[in-house]
Design a protein around this ligand. Structure first.
Ligand SMILES: Cc1ncc(COP(=O)(O)O)c(C=O)c1O
Length: 351
């Protein structure tokens, strides 16, 4: 089966046949002429924000083409990657019928999106050392399994999955492999994005929320086969990325020197925290991390979590996740914040 047919076979028929909303302006605003815009019931008095944003975010996507080495037809943008993940599920999983594979311990939003959309999830746990269990994943899939969600680096464990393992799944799985690279800037050589054009079933999701320091503006990116991106564009709200977000992200794309510096600082701070706390008696394991956080096994996670709260520090207690009993997930902060964390941990009772 050719690639186009394969993708259309995975997608929900309603989305394939959907006639999307089209703004009249889309056809005329970019043909170079200065037009009088009386088509969208806006307030005509210019304040920089009175017009609807470009629905296809052309300027921003053009800059992303250069930054990411992909084609413009391979990019879809959403209101954070949370929204992108939900839209992917809407496009490809029929409610009450299709399934998605998730790999616990994993990012919690995949299950939430599945629940919202009435999609059954098939959990296939990671191995003991938090690697992909390829035979188990392949054994778990059924004819109704449309997608696999793989966060790499993984949240909450922090490790990357081998690109070779992901490629194996891409070859063997007749459905979409969604690689969620929210933290990939911290592990740049591990991105699978350079292989995007080799696979019609690879989707890479990235975000401006983590290394790029723009969690507040909400911009998630989805890279995939143009056919998939076409379907995603059909179901999005017409003006889903606002003017302010597009402007701030365009500016941030010119500030990558600063981001590199910040990332180096964050990674150095991560090493420093780990060095300082590793020999404390209630710290049992610090798992290897490729991200701006790390997972640590302690003697009693509820007790240590509450002790940190008492000292004014909030970390995450993911202990209910598969294979994460008595763990805490700690984000690397500023040097001052990390000093407070280290001093709080170092002054805790050992029992
Ligand atoms: C693996 C993973 N994917 C996606 C997200 C959501 O990111 P965004 O802020 O772009 O919605 C997070 C946030 O914690 C995450 O850890």
């Amino acid at each position: 089966m050719n690639s186009k047919n394969r993708i259309l076979q995975w997608a929900r028929p309603e989305i394939v046949s959907l006639k999307p909303y089209r703004s009249a302006r889309e056809e005329f605003v970019n043909d170079g002429r200065e037009m009088i815009l009386l088509d969208a019931n806006e307030n005509p008095f210019n304040n920089g924000m009175n017009r609807y944003p470009d629905p296809m975010q052309k300027k921003l996507k053009q800059r992303l083409v250069e930054a990411k080495g992909v084609n413009v037809e391979q990019i879809y943008l959403g209101n954070g990657s949370d929204e992108v993940l939900n839209q992917l599920m809407i496009a490809f999983c029929a409610p009450g019928k299709d399934q998605a594979i998730i790999l616990p311990p994993t990012f919690g939003m995949y299950q939430v999106c599945a629940d919202i959309n009435n999609i059954e999830t098939i959990p296939v746990p990671l191995t003991k050392d938090f690697q992909l269990d390829i035979p188990a994943i392949l054994a778990a899939k059924t004819k109704r399994t449309k997608m696999i969600f793989i966060p790499s680096p993984n949240n909450p464990t922090g490790n990357c999955f081998a690109v070779e393992d992901i490629r194996l799944l891409l070859d063997k799985f007749n459905g979409l492999v969604v690689v969620d690279e929210a933290y990939v800037e911290f592990a740049q050589d591990q991105s699978i994005l350079p292989q995007l054009s080799d696979y019609d079933n690879l989707i890479v999701v990235q975000t401006f929320s983590k290394a790029q320091g723009l969690a507040g503006v909400r911009l998630g990116m989805c890279f995939g086969d143009p056919q998939i991106i076409h379907l995603m564009n059909k179901l999005k709200a017409p003006y889903n990325i606002n003017v302010l977000t597009q402007e701030v992200v365009l500016k941030r794309l010119k500030e990558q020197g600063l981001i590199q510096q910040q990332m180096q600082q964050i990674l150095a701070e991560k090493d420093r925290i780990i060095n300082e706390i590793t020999s404390l008696s209630f710290i049992k394991i610090i798992y290897p991390s490729h991200a701006n956080f790390f997972l640590v096994k302690v003697d009693n996670s509820s007790k240590r979590y509450n002790q940190l709260i008492e000292r004014g520090i909030v970390v995450r207690n993911p202990s209910k996740n598969h294979n994460c009993t008595n763990t805490l997930r700690v984000t690397v902060g500023t040097m001052e914040e990390n000093n407070a964390l280290i001093s709080a941990l170092c002054t805790m009772d050992s029992k």
